[in-house]
Design a protein around this ligand. Structure first.
Ligand code: FCB
Length: 452
């Protein structure tokens, strides 16, 4: 099982960055050496997580980070994307937790020793619970607390970090957490969802100024998720529904960054569902970005729900991943071309892309051929976007290893490395080997041209 790219592929050029990605709550464990976060609370509520699990141990990465760095290095990647747990580095009173900060500092130094660039995300959903008790993202003050956290971290870690992303997928922290109610804190309220989205974007804007000041040489930006919104039929109503969904789920988060305004759909929302926006907020949000992170997994199909709104039509026809998500690589090219046409994008990094599959270990091996095919097709989709003129500087596979998949618990495996949760043993899947060989073919090609 191989991943093969054309010899002249843009992805094989030496300045293209390949990496693997994780997030703090999903892998770290060692919950007693950080403050509790909203996901600890959510996991403790019966029925919230499918397998009843939590993040207390996860992949025990805080205790095994040295081996994990060796594992990452063994894959031959250029970069590692991970997130910092806010409640591991900042105490309740706003002061720095030195032990927590030292953990990340050591991790960064180990990566540096292997010549691996660190892509750090400051917020991948694990809001400290004490901030939630004070209103969480519904409270405007949380945006300022976030900027303060970004300030402290970037002063301490500065340019040891190659790239800072403020937020990972504000869509999830707003929509899934406050409208769909399937992510922590599990609220279902449209007005609150829109308010949270606004405060998240405000937090991003405030933090960008801080990052540019404290880490001027780092690539500073944000990570958004996109899913092309396709109509279920050719009816006008469904086409309109898909357009609304695109505005509500995709453009809502990107348009403010580049145009300092929300999509038109905002004005169509009943006034009691519109967020409160203070004077000057939109200008704060529209900070220049050094990079845009794009996460992509699948497309979504929408139909008119008969009440002037849209509802999604879950896919039923294969190929589907273990999450039930349609495998639709063309959607990645589509979304990249679309945002490139609409906005003056900075360099783009694909910060997450991958698939959950029902992996099992047999004779010490995991033959995840469907995941290998997924990567092959999606890397080609990235290549198509580059050929069509989008500047894409890197690609990160989600995920380095199997981990806590939020509301799905540990049942869904996204890793290119298998994790046996009883022994914490890590086993390279065929996809890890295929990616490793693909990265290595690049070095081989470089050496060849250098020797000529
Ligand atoms: C993304 C999240 C990431 C992971 C993947 C499967 O939405 O950013 O943490 O759970 O989905």
């Amino acid at each position: 099982m191989k991943i093969s790219l054309a010899a002249d592929s843009a992805l094989l050029k030496p300045d293209f960055t390949f990496g693997v990605a994780t997030a703090s709550f999903q892998i770290e464990g060692a919950a007693n050496s950080r403050l509790p976060c909203i996901w600890d609370t959510f996991c403790a509520e019966p029925g919230r997580i499918k397998d009843g699990s939590d993040g207390l141990v996860a992949c025990d990465h805080v205790n095994r980070w040295r081996e994990d760095v060796e594992l990452i290095a063994s894959l031959g990647v250029d970069a590692y994307r991970f997130s910092i747990a806010w409640g591991r580095v900042i105490n309740r009173d706003g002061s720095i937790n030195q032990a927590g900060l030292d953990f990340y500092r050591q991790l960064l130094e180990a990566l540096q020793a292997h010549n691996i660039k660190a892509f750090v995300t400051l917020y991948h959903w694990d809001l400290p619970q004490y901030l939630q008790d004070n209103g969480g993202w519904l409270n405007r003050a949380t945006a300022f607390k976030f900027a303060d956290y970004a300030d402290k971290v970037s002063r301490a870690l500065g340019d040891k970090v190659y790239s800072y992303a403020t937020l990972n997928e504000p869509f999830c922290s707003a929509y899934l957490s406050y409208e769909a109610g399937i992510h922590a804190p599990g609220v279902q309220n449209r007005k609150q969802g829109r308010q949270v989205a606004h405060h998240l974007l405000l937090a991003h804007g405030l933090a960008m100024t801080v990052l540019r000041r404290n880490a001027p040489r780092a690539l500073n930006g944000i990570v958004l998720n996109f899913s092309p919104c396709h109509p279920a039929s050719t009816s006008d109503a469904d086409i309109r529904a898909a357009r609304m969904a695109d505005q509500y789920h995709n453009q809502w988060y990107i348009q403010p960054l580049f145009e300092g305004r929300y999509p038109e759909l905002l004005s169509e929302l009943p006034s009691n569902e519109q967020p409160e926006i203070a004077a000057g907020d939109m200008a704060i949000i529209a900070q220049p970005l050094d990079f845009l992170g794009v996460n992509y997994y699948t497309r979504t199909v929408y139909r008119d729900n008969g009440k002037g709104w849209f509802s999604d039509v879950p896919p039923t026809t294969p190929p589907l991943t273990d999450m039930g998500w349609e495998i639709y690589p063309a959607g990645l090219t589509e979304i990249l071309l679309d945002i490139n046409k609409r906005y003056p994008l900075p360099p783009v990094y694909i910060t997450e892309n991958g698939a959950a599959m029902p992996d099992t270990v047999q004779q010490g091996m995991v033959q995840d051929s469907e995941r290998v095919a997924y990567f092959q097709q999606h890397l080609q989709a990235v290549e198509h976007a580059i050929s069509a003129g989008v500047r894409i500087d890197g690609y990160f596979a989600w995920s380095l290893m199997d981990n806590f998949e939020w509301a799905e618990g540990y049942a869904k495996r996204f890793g290119i490395v298998y994790v046996d949760y009883t022994t914490q043993q890590r086993v390279l899947k065929a996809s890890a080997i295929a990616l490793r060989d693909c990265f290595a073919s690049r070095t081989a090609a470089d050496n060849k041209s250098a020797n000529k």
